[in-house]
Design a protein around this ligand. Structure first.
Ligand SMILES: [Zn+2]
Ligand SMILES: [Zn+2]
Length: 175
């Protein structure tokens, strides 16, 4: 693997009081940008877009800045909070590759991928959903038909098909 070459440090100062936005390239300020404040006054989010081969590291204040702005400032970290998962943004392809490696049990619910798919929708008969998800559905997500009833099937294979048409009781949630 080729070692990454260290690139430029791009700084961003959001000067809310003076309503200007200043980018810094390796510590040198670029001309301020003010138009943003015509539209936005609060709720600023850091965003960047990349080609798939490009990468960068964000520093929201967790580490000392390489080129700190001359005036007093606060960092994004003073105001926001990211979970560990949110701290890493992978290129789409890499993310998909990782998702492919996640093993989902074969009988998992196709909606939450968590609980066991043990519920069948009537009248259409589509299955692959867990009880929790099925109870939140109004229409079948596969065929869009109204759900008259949810019945339990055992691990993918149907066991109580006999009285599907009798419309007996709704064996939905055990309570
Ligand atoms: Zn589910
Ligand atoms: Zn259906």
């Amino acid at each position: 693997m080729r070692e990454n070459k260290l690139c430029d440090t791009l700084g961003l100062l959001l000067d809310v009081e003076n309503q200007k936005l200043v980018f810094y390239l390796n510590g040198d300020p670029l001309p301020p940008y003010r138009q943003l404040f015509n539209h936005a006054r609060s709720g600023f989010f850091a965003a960047a877009s990349f080609m798939s081969f490009q990468q960068c590291e964000f520093n929201f204040g967790a580490k000392p800045f390489k080129y700190p702005p001359p005036q007093a400032f606060q960092t994004f970290n003073h105001h926001g909070h990211l979970t560990d998962e949110e701290r890493i943004i992978l290129p789409r392809q890499k993310k998909l590759d990782l998702l492919m490696q996640v093993t989902v049990k074969e009988d998992s619910c196709t909606l939450c991928f968590d609980l066991q798919a043990n519920t069948k929708l009537l009248d259409c008969g589509h299955q692959g959903f867990c009880e929790e998800c099925a109870l939140q559905l109004e229409k079948c997500p596969i065929c869009r038909r109204e759900i008259r009833q949810c019945v339990q099937v055992s691990s993918g294979t149907e066991t109580n098909s006999a009285d599907a048409s009798s419309g007996a009781s709704s064996p939905g949630r055990p309570s």
